[in-house]
Write a protein that binds this ligand. Structure first.
Ligand code: ASP
Length: 314
């Protein structure tokens, strides 16, 4: 049976006119590397779960993307990472929130799923668990990138100038997330998502990525990973809503994804509910809609068609 995989590097892309050829090349290369890592697992007969974790580890290790090394800072200048995995066949799920020392939060989310009786662990206790089971911890400064630090300073400066409301402050400017969905040779589906959250978020803020059913979901019909303004993805229960529309309303993968990303999200949140999803169904169809300017994304569908893209085709 045919394999399929899709990945995203976040809907927080640079505006088209700010994107240089050189930057586009490195972003595309980063996406290709992650896609190939997941694809290699699937081609070797590996599970969808192994494939999405392999792809997301590559994206977490790449400082270009807002996850792992390259994550944005909260308003206190600290890193608080979130990640989730879900295995559609078993409905096993694991997620972590507020992680600040573990190098690959997606591996920790998987360990929560496999090695604890729980679904979600948070903050210091999650890092302590990672350390206890021997997951690599990040040396001091590992998560600090100059680009993200500058984004935080710019955001804090903007807030000082514009005296924003609390709502504006929480929203911040920086975005992005990484994720992967896959279908393996046995027709099983899985998804994984990992993020630094929103630039300048309040300390302790948790978005959608690690909330099962909001930013991450997988069952036997569909696997979904989201990116975008997390508060709206939580309010819309977006990842699970896509599954519900397929199961209960008989929508195709494409219709379910479009109706949520282009219909539900703008309806409840207007332009503020910006973002997109990647999703794969049991036949290996892939959908990657977004309602904003761009979404870093790449996929190989069940027919073997390969796409790497940032914006809508011109
Ligand atoms: N969904 C992420 C969050 O709100 C950020 C993003 O994807 O832009 O935490």
């Amino acid at each position: 049976m045919s394999i399929a995989i899709a990945i995203h590097g976040g809907a927080g892309t640079l505006a088209r006119q700010q994107m240089t050829k050189a930057r586009e090349r490195v972003v595309r290369a980063g996406l290709e590397t992650a896609l190939d890592a997941g694809l290699a697992v699937l081609r070797d007969g590996g599970s969808a779960l192994d494939a999405v974790v392999a792809a997301v580890i590559r994206l977490e290790d790449d400082p270009l993307f807002n996850a792992g090394c390259g994550a944005v800072f909260n308003e206190e200048g600290d890193i608080e990472l979130e990640a989730a995995v879900m295995d559609g066949y078993t409905r096993a799920a694991g997620s972590v929130m507020g992680v600040s020392r573990t190098r690959n939060p997606v591996r920790l989310a998987r360990a929560v799923m496999e090695d604890t009786p729980h679904v979600t662990l948070g903050f210091g206790a999650a890092d302590a668990f990672a350390q206890r089971i021997g997951l690599p911890q990040a040396p001091p400064g590992y998560f600090h990138t100059e680009t993200r630090w500058k984004e935080l300073q710019d955001e804090l400066e903007r807030r000082r100038r514009e005296a924003p409301t609390l709502t504006d402050a929480v929203i911040g400017q920086g975005r992005g997330t990484v994720g992967a969905v896959a279908r393996d040779m046995n027709g099983r589906l899985a998804s994984a998502t990992s993020t630094g959250g929103r630039n300048g978020k309040m300390a302790g803020r948790v978005g959608d990525s690690a909330v099962i059913g909001a930013g991450t979901w997988a069952d036997d019909a569909v696997a979904v990973s989201c990116t975008g303004h997390g508060e709206w993805f939580v309010r819309g229960g977006v990842a699970h809503e896509i599954s519900a529309r397929m199961r209960l309303a008989g929508q195709s993968l494409e219709d379910a994804c479009d109706s949520v990303v282009l219909g539900l999200l703008p309806r409840i949140g207007g332009e503020d509910a910006a973002g997109g999803v990647i999703a794969v169904d049991a036949r290996g169809n892939i959908a990657m809609p977004f309602n904003c300017e761009g979404m870093y994304r790449a996929a190989v569908d069940a027919e073997g068609a390969r796409v790497v893209a940032i914006y809508r085709p011109a």
